[in-house]
Design a protein around this ligand. Structure first.
Ligand code: ADP
Ligand code: MG
Length: 451
């Protein structure tokens, strides 16, 4: 600043001296500020040139105001360069991380076209980036469920597929919302071949073991019965024999339940589906429950007679009877049990409510696990196998339904099966026999709601 004022002052002084002493002709005066102006002009053009060429400003810089301008601009440049470097480094690290992830990652734009994919997506999904950029994922993976799955965007439920290019693989696909535009998605593909096979081995093992145990047990139970009935059997042996018979029948219930569970787990199993008259199904179950209760419970059933449910009759019957029998088995005498089957805002609902002792909250999340019981000895004495709720959960899964358990200690419990609207239909509607048959074949296509 001072330098700049000094230069200006010097120019003025020289001008004044020339003017006062008349030492120079008049045309010289305008030339007096010329060096001053030229210096500014020079720096301005030079700076404009450097900036236009995006050249780096390097020291040494001129003195004065121009030096400051050059210096500040150089600092700006340096800061920008550092920021860009950091950004490049960051995106490189990020890319390295995405490349190192063992799961396949694919970014889809809002039209479901591939924008980017990591190397792991190649062996899992046959998506090669950048080769496949801009192509639709459904073109590469000929899976009929894929497009609706991506469009619906159920972020919690994975889709399990066997890709066309490698039939030995089992891949689980998940979707995550992504980016700032709606409709952009990140697909995460995970190789679950091993888990899938282990699961199959476990399933087959349980099914085979149960099958193998069934025959010897039938033989043992048969002989026990003969012995118990034979007049020659000593009286002292009768009680142990009856206990053995009881245990044998418990074992056979467990085996039957295990086999039911195995059958339910075979997803590909072809099962009959059709409109099930739930109210009619409930009648014999309620009767059985009354027999089981021996009059110790007050059982009351209110079912919407016109409300039908699309599903498998045998499976649904087993689920409903499990819940109703539980309410009898696991509540004290005098308990009131209310059974309801009715339409609701989401579709249709089946519920069993009791005012028994209730279940402590810490047990609720685990109740549907196999062999999980709140009170082991009491439940066994009540005649349960510990597999009832596991069966209920599987059946409901296969009917796109959910099991909701609500219980308050000292007040009672409520087990609710929530079925989607697509599975409920009202008989009151003019449904021809042919239409019913068609619904039976394509239950998924049914949109008639029961509300
Ligand atoms: N209505 C109910 N009231 C209280 N406890 C219940 C009720 N229903 C189920 N439970 C508890 O849940 C456990 C698991 O039920 P389940 O899987 O049907 O097995 P099981 O009835 O064979 O014991 C039962 O052992 C019992 O402790
Ligand atoms: Mg049970």
């Amino acid at each position: 600043m001072i330098f700049e004022f000094a230069a200006l002052a010097l120019t003025l002084v020289v001008g004044a001296v020339l003017l006062l002493f008349g030492a120079a002709p008049a045309w010289v005066w305008p030339l007096v500020p010329l060096p001053y102006v030229l210096r500014h002009l020079y720096h301005l053009t030079r700076l404009a040139h450097l900036i236009r060429r995006r050249q780096r400003l390097t020291a040494p810089f001129p003195r004065g105001l121009w030096g400051e301008v050059y210096g500040s601009l150089a600092r700006y440049q340096q800061r920008g360069r550092k920021g860009r470097k950091r950004q490049v480094r960051f995106s490189r690290r990020f890319r390295q991380a995405a490349d190192a992830v063992p799961d396949g990652l694919v970014i889809l734009d809002k039209l479901q076209r591939i924008e980017w994919a990591n190397p792991a997506a190649a062996p899992l999904l046959d998506v090669h980036w950048p080769r496949d950029e801009g192509r639709r994922l459904s073109e590469l993976l000929a899976q009929p469920d894929l497009t609706p799955f991506i469009e619906v965007g159920e972020y919690l439920r994975p889709l399990e597929i066997t890709p066309e290019h490698n039939r030995a693989l089992m891949v689980s696909l998940r979707i995550a919302p992504f980016g700032e535009h709606k409709g952009e998605r990140l697909i995460v593909a995970r190789d679950i071949t091993k888990i899938y096979h282990l699961n199959m081995i476990r399933r087959d093992f349980v099914a085979n073991a149960s099958h193998e145990l069934r025959t010897p047990l039938t033989v043992i139970a048969g002989f026990l019965e003969n012995l118990a009935d034979a007049p020659a059997t000593p009286t002292a042996h009768r009680r142990p024999l009856s206990l053995m018979q009881h245990q044998a029948s418990r074992m056979s219930s467990i085996i039957e339940d295990l086999l039911t569970l195995s059958r339910l787990e075979m997803d590909d199993q072809d099962r009959a589906q059709g409109p099930v008259d739930v109210a009619a199904e409930l009648e014999p179950i309620v009767h059985e429950a009354q027999v089981l209760s021996e009059g110790r419970h007050r059982i009351e059933c209110r079912a919407e007679a016109d409300l039908l449910l699309i599903g498998n009759q045998v499976e649904l019957r087993s689920a409903f009877s499990n819940l109703i029998h539980n309410a009898v088995r696991h509540t004290p005498p005098g308990t009131r049990i209310r059974i309801r089957w009715n339409p609701d805002a989401n579709g249709a609902r089946f519920s069993v409510t009791d005012d028994g002792e209730g279940i402590p909250p810490e047990h609720l999340p685990r109740l549907t696990e196999r062999f999980y019981r709140v009170d082991q000895s009491r439940s066994r004495a009540a005649g349960g196998t510990g597999l009832g709720l596991a069966i209920v959960k599987h059946v409901l899964n296969r009917h796109d339904a959910h099991l909701l358990i609500a219980s308050t200690l000292g007040k009672g419990s409520r087990f609710t099966c929530q079925f989607p609207a697509a599975r409920a239909l009202l008989r009151a509607r003019p449904l021809s026999a042919a239409a019913e048959e068609r619904y039976a074949q394509h239950p998924g296509a049914l949109v008639s709601t029961a509300t």
